[in-house]
Write a protein that binds this ligand. Structure first.
Ligand code: CMC
Length: 431
């Protein structure tokens, strides 16, 4: 627990209250208001939690002004360049980079958990073929609690660890199955001789009728997408996982809640929304019309893939993703794809526009990830499921940290009530 050496004074109607101030290892100081209601009888009001810290955490840190993202202290660009997804998973879960032996053991463990219970296949078949893969994933991941009873006791540390490994290992299998089901192709079982990213690509794109060989450039790009999305502080879906978990819910239910939250277009759904926007724009000559709409206060349209709650500088993940996009497009020889031309021109125009500069709206990670995934052959409906696969380790690491925190209690925000005050029920004939 952080130490408090200073206090802030809040004065209400002439009465003063001392509030402890904590100094984090990085980031702004935090004023502790947990005793405020008991002492002063008032709540604080912060819709969207723009100024509120909800927990103590040691996993991820973002400096939005500098455009810096650290995982356990390590900058994301170094991890994207020198590490790989499963090593980053280990780092997030256990706090330190693994030794060679620890990594080998971890990779073997994850690989051995990639298959899902055979009876879960029936679950997929219950969905309509045109179900969005995110809808399928919310259902199937929630249903894992009905299949893996031996890892739902959250008071047992070993069961918590097994649940973590199962979720990281099975999520690519579930996402790939959701995709295969939606296009009417047979499910492809995982292969333990492949690395995490190659195995996922194979489960998505292989068919039993012919051999599928994973291109190492695509596998590396996939691994980078996973790595860049692995964790991101207390974002909406992570906070959803923590809130669900605060009631003592089992890990599979908590992660299903996180997937549901991630689906929204302001969060993980932005990569799909971004590609759909690029398709709607269609040709380079129509970009100014859409830029004008994004700037118009009376038009709800926003440039998808631009802007971020925390980053007020270039999203560091977007920088790496842009480089990856160039590599993939080069390999696949799709530079002349009209969609990608629209994307590149939109980025150029928006970065020069005063509106976007003043509001510090830069392309975010979703702008480029959508382009890469499109070039790889994924339909837009798979973009957010791939984000969910990547973020599972972040959710589960935060969940693990929360359960080990002695300060954990059920999340229960208060409200600024502006509704009717006490009144008597009116009989229907008198209304
Ligand atoms: N296009 C046009 N204007 C925008 C945009 C945009 N994409 N984003 C923000 N603005 C404007 C907004 O209208 C507001 O203007 P004003 O101050 O004049 O009212 C100002 O910029 C600040 O916006 P905000 O909505 O108060 O900022 P926020 O922190 O609440 O929203 C956001 C952050 C990501 C929801 C928002 O930028 C957005 O909707 N972006 C598009 C969706 C998107 O790409 N989301 C992915 C985020 S990255 C992936 C992840 O981490 O989940």
């Amino acid at each position: 627990m952080a130490d408090s050496t200073r206090t802030a004074t809040l004065t209400i109607d002439g009465k003063s209250f001392a509030l402890p101030i904590y100094s984090p290892t990085a980031g702004p100081d935090v004023v502790d208001i947990t005793k405020l209601y008991a002492q002063a009888g008032v709540f604080t009001h912060d819709p969207g939690f723009t100024s509120t810290s909800s927990c103590e955490s040691a996993i991820t840190f973002i400096d939005g002004d500098k455009g810096e993202l650290l995982h356990r202290g390590y900058p994301i660009d170094q991890l994207a360049e020198k590490s790989h997804y499963l090593e980053v998973c280990y780092l997030l879960l256990y706090g330190e980079l693994p030794t060679a032996a620890e990594l080998e053991h971890f990779e073997t463990t994850i690989t051995r958990h990639t298959m899902i219970h055979e009876q879960m296949h029936n679950f997929f078949r219950g969905f309509r073929r045109d179900a969005h893969p995110m809808a399928t994933m919310v259902g199937v991941v929630g249903a894992m609690s009905a299949f893996y009873h031996d890892s739902t006791d959250i008071t047992d540390e070993r069961q918590r660890e097994i649940a973590s490994h199962r979720l990281i290992a099975k999520m690519p299998t579930i996402a790939a199955m959701a995709y295969k089901y939606s296009i009417g192709q047979p499910f492809v079982y995982p292969r333990n001789d492949l690395d995490y990213a190659s195995n996922f690509l194979r489960m998505c794109f292989a068919v039993p009728a012919e051999e599928y060989v994973v291109d190492p450039v695509l596998s590396r790009a996939m691994d980078r997408i996973f790595t860049l999305h692995a964790d991101h502080e207390q974002n909406a879906s992570t906070s959803t996982v923590r809130l669900a978990s605060s009631s003592g819910a089992n890990p599979f239910a908590c992660i299903a809640a996180g997937i549901a939250c991630l689906w929204g277009p302001a969060h993980g759904g932005a990569n799909q929304a971004c590609l759909e926007m690029l398709k709607e724009i269609g040709t380079v000559d129509r970009i100014p019309e859409y830029i004008a709409r994004a700037k118009d206060k009376n038009d709800p349209f926003r440039l998808m893939g631009f802007g971020h709650r925390v980053y007020k500088n270039f999203d560091p993940r977007a920088k790496v993703m842009k480089q990856s996009a160039d590599e993939v497009l080069d390999l696949l020889g799709v530079e002349n794809n009209p969609l990608l031309q629209v994307a590149k021109e939109l980025e150029r125009i928006a970065l020069q526009d005063d509106y976007f500069a003043e509001k510090k709206l830069f392309p975010n990670v979703d702008f480029y990830s959508g382009i890469i995934l499109e070039a790889m052959g994924f339909p837009t409906s798979m973009f957010t499921p791939i984000f969910a696969v990547s973020r599972t380790v972040g959710w589960i690491s935060q969940w693990k940290e929360q359960l080990a925190d002695p300060a954990m209690k059920i999340g229960r925000p208060r409200q600024l009530y502006m509704g009717a005050t006490l009144r008597d029920y009116v009989e229907i004939e008198d209304r």
